[in-house]
Design a protein around this ligand. Sequence first.
Ligand code: ATP
Length: 283
Amino acid sequence: MIVTEKAPAKLNLSLDTPMRYFDGSPQWDMVMVSADLADYITVETHRRPATIKVYTNSGFLPNDQRNLAYQAAHILRSRFHRKDGVTIRIKKQIPVAAGLGGGSSDAAAVLRALNNIWRLGLSLAELAQIALTIDSDVPYCVYNKLARVTGHGEQIELLPPQPHYWAVIAKQKISVSTPQILRQINYEKLAHLNNDALIKNLKEQNWLEATKYMGNVLEPLTMKYYPEIGRLKNKMKDLGADVAQMSGTGPTVFAICHTESRAKRIQNGIRGFCRDVHVVNLL
Ligand code: ATP
């Protein structure tokens, strides 16, 4: 049986980390939304060969157990004692190592596809629990809906959908190491966000007020190495974005606007800074 799943990029409308757990990993407090910039994952199961194979159209990605999509198939197969082989084809459109959760979204898409193919009957909440063993953004990517994400990434509170908005997603040619940025967090010095106020306004569907509370506490850490991220963000604001900020640990910067014409204006205005730019809907 063959199933194709869409694996959308995630954006951090807010990203905060109140403290570090004993094992050194950050406790997250984030609001995430998905955007219509997506990979497409085709999953096929078969008796022979009884192995997991990954094919991608991207030269940058591993196609062995280092690929998060491979790990998702491996975990579900072992947990449910399935013997069939799995072939995964990834049509990559989300920029890699960009702060857009592309690998996590691919892994979540494989979990959903195999749940369907093998008729495992797992709820999204059950899939999200399994997802956490792969990476902290994978539980959110099982849902791909506006949500507050806390804990290690496993606590997902879905929020009501908002009015229709456009996102301009821009990735400069910079490579950011997520572990390197996370190691540098000084919890006393972080300018923490008021996520409760953000959630309250989102629940009341008061988007414009909500935008005042969006942000990413990791921006100063990444911008210390890459000041061009700050310049791109300011340019987007000057061009009329409702919100402009970094996603994840960067380097991607996104703007949100309430009209397509404003989004296109931003896209045209930043061409000199950045070539990899996408104007898409928020999901
Ligand atoms: P993170 O913040 O978790 O590092 P990201 O959103 O910035 O993730 P990804 O595109 O998920 O970026 O890539 C992060 C790393 O994961 C890369 O080094 C990449 O080689 C590896 N990776 C493994 N599987 C995938 C996949 N299916 N798609 C993209 N990257 C993958």
